[in-house]
Write a protein that binds this ligand. Structure first.
Ligand code: PMP
Ligand code: GLU
Length: 404
């Protein structure tokens, strides 16, 4: 039997696919450096693990409310107050199976067939496919100046009567750029004027370098939570290195939260209570693990930038947050897919082709791993791409010879 036309049109997530490929190659004993997945390598906070263990030991692991257990929702309310200066009610919060699920639910709740969702290139790989999955139309805005965020006029130009939402992700995956506060403020104004939802994907909002501060998105509106067009998406995956726990959330008006609750009650029933108590502990416990993570990835960022800038022809902007950089390799005259394949084959380094993020000529490098692995991976990329490199190097147990 044939699969549906819609399902047939959806591409596999390239980041998830590359992660599986890297795991497979490592299991075969290959000395892979994995710059392909956006995942901090630190362990989950001990109090989060302890909470999960305690829940597990209780043996009382049953269905939970579809919108999240009350104590986790309360922790998210407090998080919102502390980090966004905005008082919300538990009825404004819905917990889902990771921020990916949160975004997918939002689209499900808001998009009618043919509705348009504005996505700003470079963008996270999953946005366009998630819009297509609800029969929406992704409208991509690519900055004409080759930078990593658009001018307001470039967004205004694509707005039509079918525009329903715009997705902003800052600090950004894949560029590590932070949108200027002024631009975020202009986008909020535009959304209010045109009655468009703003999905603020804040999954990296705690991972900011060099002590830079960004204004919480609610600072740019005078509207209250029930009337604002702003929807905030966040989660524990990146901030606490808890990717496998699958907890994300949305803060929005009550009606939207109730709608998503109905959807979840018919699709996933609830998120695992084991993961929910772990998330609650991470959010309410000692936050020094977040500072430690920021310090580690900032050091990695510096290693990556220094190494990439020493390769002839490579241009790279210094990331201001998240744990990605998005260097421009276009002078090497290879498309990004061919370049990523070349680096995997010759240097055993996994990267993600820029094409997947809507920008050819670039590769995404995720530097969330251990410092030694990051330094090794960048040295290998330099070796493979710099014509002045020595003829051979040792990679794992193999001697590799430059034959290109
Ligand atoms: N948004 C962005 C920009 C991301 O990079 C990710 C990474 N997975 C997510 C959302 C979703 O994160 P998760 O589902 O692990 O919470
Ligand atoms: N968001 C991360 C990434 O871009 C995790 C994988 C995914 O869900 O895409 O690599």
């Amino acid at each position: 039997m044939d699969i549906s036309k819609l399902a047939a049109s959806i591409a596999e997530s390239p980041t998830v696919k590359l992660n599986a490929e890297a795991t497979r190659l490592r299991a075969q004993g290959e000395a892979i450096v994995h710059f392909g997945i956006g995942e901090p390598k630190n362990k989950a906070p001990m109090n989060a693990i302890a909470s999960a263990v305690e829940k597990l030991n209780s043996g009382e692991i049953k269905y939970a409310p579809s919108d999240g257990i009350p104590s986790l929702k309360k922790a998210i309310v407090q998080y919102t107050e502390k980090n966004y200066g905005r008082t919300v009610e538990p009825a404004n919060v819905i917990v889902s199976d990771g921020a990916k699920h949160s975004i997918s639910n939002l689209l499900y709740a808001l998009i009618n067939p043919g509705d348009q969702v504005i996505i700003l290139a470079p963008y996270w790989v999953s946005y366009p496919e998630m819009v297509k999955m609800v029969n929406g139309v992704p409208i991509i805005v690519t900055p004409a100046d080759g930078g990593f965020y658009p001018k307001l006029s470039e967004i205004e130009k694509v707005i039509t009567s079918s525009t329903r939402a715009i997705i902003v992700n800052s600090p950004n995956n894949p560029s590590g750029a932070i949108f200027p506060d002024e631009l975020v403020g202009q986008i909020v104004d535009l959304c209010e004027k045109k009655n468009i939802y703003l999905f603020m994907d804040d999954i990296y909002h705690k991972l900011i370098f060099d002590g830079k501060k960004i204004a919480p998105v609610y600072n740019f509106t005078k509207k209250d939570i029930e009337s604002t067009n702003i929807v905030v998406i966040n989660g524990i995956s990146k901030t606490y290195g808890m990717t496998g726990f699958r907890i994300g959330w949305v803060v929005a008006n009550r009606k939207l939260v109730k709608t998503i609750t109905n959807i979840q009650s018919q699709t996933t029933t609830c998120n695992s209570p084991i993961c929910q108590v772990a998330a609650e502990a991470a959010l309410t416990g000692d936050q020094s693990c977040v500072d430690e993570l920021v310090a580690t990835i900032q050091k990695n960022r510096d290693t990556v930038i220094q190494g990439l800038r020493s390769i002839p022809g490579v241009k790279v902007e210094k990331p201001e947050g998240a744990f990605y950089c998005f260097p421009d390799f276009s002078t090497l005259n290879k498309d990004s897919m061919a370049l990523a394949e070349f680096l995997l084959k010759k240097a055993l380094v996994v990267t993600v082709p820029g094409k997947e993020f809507g920008m050819e000529g670039h590769l995404r490098i995720s530097f969330a791993g251990a410092a030694s692995e990051v330094a090794d991976g960048i040295a290998r990329i330099k070796w493979a791409l710099d014509p002045n490199s020595p003829r051979e190097i040792q990679i794992g147990t193999r001697k590799v010879v430059r034959d290109w």
